[in-house]
Design a protein around this ligand. Sequence first.
Ligand SMILES: Nc1ncnc2c1ncn2[C@@H]1O[C@H](COP(=O)(O)OP(=O)(O)O)[C@@H](O)[C@H]1O
Ligand code: SF4
Ligand SMILES: [Mg+2]
Length: 331
Amino acid sequence: MIILDIKNLTLEIESNGVLIKALDKVSLTIQENEIRALVGESGSGKSLIVRAISGALPPQWIVTADRLTWRGQNLIKMTRAQRQAIMRRDIAVIFQDPMAALDPSAKLKDQMLESVPREFIEGRYAWQRYASRLSISHKILHKVGIQHVEECINKYPHEVSADICQKFMIAMALVSQPTLLIADDPTRGMETNTKKQILALFTRLNKTRNLSILFVSHDLLAISAMAHSMTVLYCGQTVESGKMKAMRRRPLHPYTKALMDSAPSFSPDLKPKSMLVALDGTIPTLQHLPIGCRLGPRCPRAAKECVQMPTERSINQHTYRCHYPMHVEPV
Ligand SMILES: Nc1ncnc2c1ncn2[C@@H]1O[C@H](COP(=O)(O)OP(=O)(O)O)[C@@H](O)[C@H]1O
Ligand code: SF4
Ligand SMILES: [Mg+2]
């Protein structure tokens, strides 16, 4: 069953007096128990999608969609309070920059205790409830791999490493036992063992607690091992989407193919605007988009027809946006 359904999500931002489409007809779904990878170069709009789902966008930005629903409820039309209730109870988000997401003026302990849902807290008296919250917090902090919990928890965010802040954000997201976790590059910059530990925890929660995950990642190798499906984004558009196995075996879109070919170096260290090994050039800015297919100037398969924007097509739930897809016989 589909729990999150996004169809033709468009986000318009004003830049120097002109409206630009930072997201253009983005579509993706998350099924119950599904892990979906969301990939694309820096600047392709991944974090904007995360923010659009969670409602964390400036009010002057224009969001439209044919569908943006959580279990059939329209997220755009509902009141702020209704949306916040869903974000508190069902959907947890780990934003890309954990340092910025944490309150610099509050100790990590206070922020962690605050995120424990009331319904999980046991005890009648205040001291019992405090002890219960502390115990729940300690357990989850151990699970995300914080070794000296007692020492870290009493510090302010700026007094600990970025790694520890990231782990606190992950713990705060998981403590509410959400149905869907949206994780925006949660392991970026982490050392290999720590990263493996976090990915193993996510996989375990998916298997044992049916946690669905929308996993934004730069690390295509790691994510392709754990995700069931994948959506590829380029310049604010979904260019290909389907089951992970099918996309690994037979990517249809030249951009997905380039991502796959670059996989060993498509690591968290890939700097914004750096080149993909398999494609010349860099992702264009939203102010200077090419005419027609946005990949056109970089695409090895580009031809005359590509000056027209390709529409989305699909074969067996595998969707793509390209005039000359690979592995598909021309009609
Ligand atoms: N606050 C903002 N104001 C104007 N443009 C923005 C803002 N945030 C993001 N963008 C633009 O939207 C595009 C997508 O950004 P983002 O979602 O952060 O990309 P990604 O997460 O894939 O690296 C980028 O071109 C970026 O310049
Ligand atoms: S539509 Fe043309 S330019 Fe765009 S990805 Fe396909 S072949 Fe390349
Ligand atoms: Mg981002």
